[in-house]
Design a protein. Structure first.
Length: 285
């Protein structure tokens, strides 16, 4: 069995189990008001969330809003989670899947599956599209934090689940969305896109830049989004926008703040948003 060991426990989030549980539960509890921000029409079926991936003291409260909503509205048993994160350290021409059977955190082991194996075979007729874009490169995951920091939240809101992690940098978001669409349309798949927004701008300038990014995401206008989104995992967000158009999803902002709101220093901040995507509830759900 291949196990992906925790890489950023003790830096991005607490390494001690009880401390980590307490922190995550507080973020979730503090995010309890998020359901009031969602229109009743949007609550038909939660399909995807965008959540931040910085250190918990900075972005945890905003992530807690998104995951609190997922805890309330995503009620599938033993869900499958499609995790789309950024490869911060390795430039990729494609999307790196994880080949490990488990991912470890201080809260325990998480079941993981190789997305290439899951959806590559059915799409070989399409000029091997999945094989060409989905690549097996565990090196992209070994030190990467963008997906790991999502796991303690998922472990807290779901008792049993399976992740399909991919890390991306240089890949065509439309082509990736085409490959992921059939898998993502399954009723028990929740899509989680891990991304922060603008980086190290003064507080007011960051707010302006981030609201422009959020408005572009909410518009589902891919041309506008290409031009206006300022985010570290812009490609992951664009992939989700293309998926939203294919799956008829409607986005809604859950929370926006930046590190100046959560950690105090407003001279150079990083922006964070939680955005939910809703669609029609499948008949067999």
């Amino acid at each position: 069995m291949e196990i992906r060991q925790e890489a950023v426990a003790g830096t991005f989030y607490p390494a001690e189990k009880s401390q980590l549980k307490t922190m995550v539960n507080k973020f979730l509890a503090d995010g309890a008001s998020c359901a009031q921000k969602i229109t009743s029409a949007a609550q038909d079926h939660l399909k995807a969330i965008i959540v931040p991936h910085a250190g918990y003291i900075y972005s945890g409260p905003i992530a807690g809003e998104g995951y609190n909503l997922a805890q309330k509205l995503f009620t599938q048993k033993n869900p499958e989670i499609l995790l789309i994160g950024l490869s911060h350290f390795i430039l990729l021409n494609g999307a790196a899947v994880s080949i490990c059977d488990e991912w470890q955190t201080p809260l325990g082991a998480v079941k993981s599956k190789n997305l290439r194996e899951e959806i590559g075979r059915p799409q070989r007729s399409a000029e091997n599209a999945a094989e060409n874009i989905l690549i097996e490169m565990e090196e992209a995951h070994i030190s990467e934090h963008s997906l790991e920091v999502q796991l303690p939240f998922l472990q807290t809101i779901f008792s049993d689940f399976t992740i399909y992690p991919i890390a991306i940098s240089n890949v065509d978001p439309k082509k990736l969305a085409d490959i992921l669409a059939q898998f993502a349309s399954q009723k028990d798949v929740l899509i989680v896109v891990s991304s922060d927004l603008s980086h190290y701008l003064p507080y007011v300038q960051a707010q302006k830049k981030d609201h422009a990014s959020i408005d572009a995401i909410l518009s589902l206008d891919t041309s506008r989004a290409e031009k206006e989104i300022d985010a570290c995992n812009k490609t992951g967000i664009l992939t989700l926008i293309y998926l939203a158009k294919k799956l008829n999803l409607t986005p809604q902002l859950i929370d926006y703040r930046n590190s100046g709101d959560t950690a105090g220093d407003k001279s150079g901040v990083v922006g964070y948003a939680s955005i939910a995507f809703f669609g029609d509830r499948p008949q067999n759900a």
